[in-house]
Every structure is written in C-alpha cells, then in structure tokens.
Design a binder for this molecule. Structure first.
Ligand code: SAM
Ligand code: SF4
Length: 329
C-alpha cells in the first residue's frame, strides 16, 4: 500500500475496544459515554479485518484501545493472529496496555508470539498515579510489569509528559527504566477529544524536557527505529534508550507508515484528522474480501499529508473531537 505522498503503509494499529478500566486525565473525561456494544466488530470480524491488511502488506500490527486487555476474549484474537507470525506474513504482533491485566495475560501473550509490548506509566508515585489515571493502581501495574518481564517480554514504558505533574520525575523514570532494562518513551499531549480540563495547563514541550535532561544526562542520538514515530537517544549514564514522540514540537508525519482501525471498523488514515473510511459495510457485504480490499485501497489514496496539532491559549479546542481511546494510541 503506497499513499499519494509515496509513503509505504505497513503498520496497522487496531483499537479493539474504546473501553478502559482507567480514566487518565489527558485521555478521557471521568464520565465517558462508550460505544454501544452492538456496534463493535466481533473478534472474528477483527481477525478478518487484520488479515485483509496483512494480505495487503501490513507487517506490524499493534493492538490498542481503550485498554486492549479488557476486551472479552482478546486472547482468542491474539492467538488467531499468531498464525500470521508463524507463516512469516506478519513481522510483529504487539500491544499497548495500561498494565492492569498484564499479570494475568503475560505468559499467554508470549505463547501466541508477542515479543515486545508498550506499557503506559506516567509516574512512579502511587498517589500521583491515582491522580493521573483516576482509577488505576500503580502496585498492580508494577506486578504486571514484573510478570511480563518474567515471561520474557521486552517492555517499553510510555509516559505522557505533563507540566507540573510528572515533569520533575522524568530523571527518576529514566533511572528506573535503565535499572529494569526497559526503554522509555516520552510523549507530548495531543489535543484529542474533550477532557474535564484545559490541555494548555498540561502541555509540556519535549524540547524543554530534553534541554533540562541534558543537565543530568548525556544523550547521544542513535538511529534506532521501531517503526513508530519516536526518535531515540541513548542515555550514557544508564545505558538505556530514551524516545521522544513530539507531534507538536517536531512534526513526524513525513515518515508516517501507519493507519488506524477502530473497534467499529472505521479506518482513520491519520490520528489528527477527521477523514475516515467505513470498512465494516464492505466487510459485512460479502464473505469474500474483494469489496474490503477495494475499500482499503480507496482509503489509502486519501491518507493526508499530516496533522495540524496546536496547543496554546488561542487554540484550546481539540484538533479532532474523538478521544485517543477511540482511534487507538
Ligand atoms: N490503554 C492503553 C494504554 O494506556 O497504554 C492503550 C491505549 S492509550 C490511548 C495509548 C497511549 O496513548 C498511552 O500511552 C497514553 O498515555 C497515550 N495517550 C492517551 N491520550 C493521549 C493524549 N491526549 N495525548 C498523548 N498521548 C495520549
Ligand atoms: Fe485508558 Fe490508556 Fe486512555 Fe489511560 S491512556 S484512559 S489507560 S485508554
């Protein structure tokens, strides 16, 4: 799949549910209305969708959400998708999780071919963790991380940089990840969906964080790539890798290889634009995949050049109305 700007689309992210057992302040309002269950694709339909994308050249598949591990029967989907790893059609099957259910699922994930996962942890302070996630329990997430490590999963920690919240803690997180042999990626808050607060108060440019970190750490640029948007440095003092995802301070759209499928079968060709393609109708219209393949091809011709995120006092409305949990982070 090649888009109008010559970019190869080889990476599919699938939001398998918009529901979640946390309510992170930058992601959701506390009182969220979720999609009616009857609108969701079944696990079989999700499998068919993913397989169609793999037929069309997707090499990397990330399950996300909402919280992917709260979707009922999710391990059946992971197990079934594992066949594409064994056949060699798919190079990587991975997921992004808040870690709350990892203790339960870590060894199954490994058994089905998952090798690497991203776990979101924004702070190591239990009280602050509760404040940020509203419903989360840091101890449980840490147990999950330990279980994942014991099962042999490589872990990357994702942390959203939040002004005045975890800003001072980033050096400690770098040391923790270094000690635990985990990569760490910092993310700028993106203006997606209404939340119960003002994002201008949360937004912390990573250019500022990076400059502050240079007082304590030696950061060496490295060419390491995972297929995602992060740019990596090596932290000399810990030996660990540190990634920066900077949709606001440095737009990374020129190398975008991704599209995103929601749990209702809507394909978003860009996280930061409203345009979308309905793939559920062509999927359900026939048993064969011709209509679905044609709809995917047509959608790829509409992949936009990039997003237009801005966060400042004059632009404090979401760039797009849907939450990150719908499109999948
Ligand atoms: N529930 C899982 C989790 O938290 O890892 C997967 C879905 S979550 C939407 C994926 C990632 O998006 C998480 O790392 C989360 O911190 C990040 N995220 C959510 N809302 C965001 C926003 N408005 N700006 C930047 N990152 C956001
Ligand atoms: Fe849930 Fe992940 Fe959003 Fe937090 S960031 S509310 S864990 S979907």
């Amino acid at each position: 799949m090649i888009d109008p700007f010559g970019r190869h689309v080889s990476y599919l992210r699938v939001s398998v549910t918009d529901r979640c057992d946390f309510r992170c302040v930058y992601c959701m309002a506390e009182d969220m209305t979720f999609l009616p269950k009857r609108d969701l694709l079944s696990l079989e339909e999700l499998d068919r969708m993913c397989s169609a994308f793999i037929d069309k050249g997707v090499k990397k598949l990330r399950l996300t959400g909402g919280e992917p591990l709260v979707r009922k029967g999710i391990m059946t989907l992971v197990e079934n998708l594992g066949r594409h790893l064994r056949s060699g059609a798919l190079e990587e099957l991975t997921l992004t999780t808040n870690g709350s259910q990892l203790a339960k699922y870590a060894s199954e994930l490994v058994a089905h071919g998952v090798r690497r996962i991203n776990v979101s942890v924004d702070t190591l302070d239990a009280a602050k963790f509760k404040q940020i996630t509203r419903w989360g329990d840091l101890a449980k997430v840490k147990d999950g991380i330990r279980a994942a490590q014991a099962a042999g999963l490589a872990i990357k920690i994702n942390a959203v940089a939040l002004k005045g919240v975890n800003e001072q803690e980033i050096p400690e997180m770098i040391r923790w990840c270094g000690d635990e042999g985990m990569d760490l990626t910092l993310i700028e808050t993106m203006p997606l969906g209404d939340i119960d607060g003002d994002r201008t108060d949360q937004y912390l440019p990573l250019s500022v964080v990076r400059a502050q970190l240079m007082d304590q750490f030696t950061l060496e640029d490295i060419p390491y790539k995972t297929g995602g948007p992060a740019r990596y440095v090596k932290v000399k003092e810990t030996g660990g890798r540190l990634g920066f995802i900077t949709p606001l301070t440095h737009n990374f759209c020129e190398s975008c290889n991704r599209v995103r499928l929601t749990c209702t079968g809507t394909l978003y060709m860009c996280l930061g634009q409203e345009d979308a393609a309905d793939l559920r109708a062509p999927l359900r219209a026939s048993e064969g995949n011709e209509l679905l393949h044609a709809a995917i091809d047509e959608a790829i011709t509409r992949k936009p050049k990039g997003h237009d995120f801005i966060i400042d006092r004059r632009h404090n409305k979401p760039a797009v109305s849907r939450h990150m949990s719908v499109t999948g982070g």
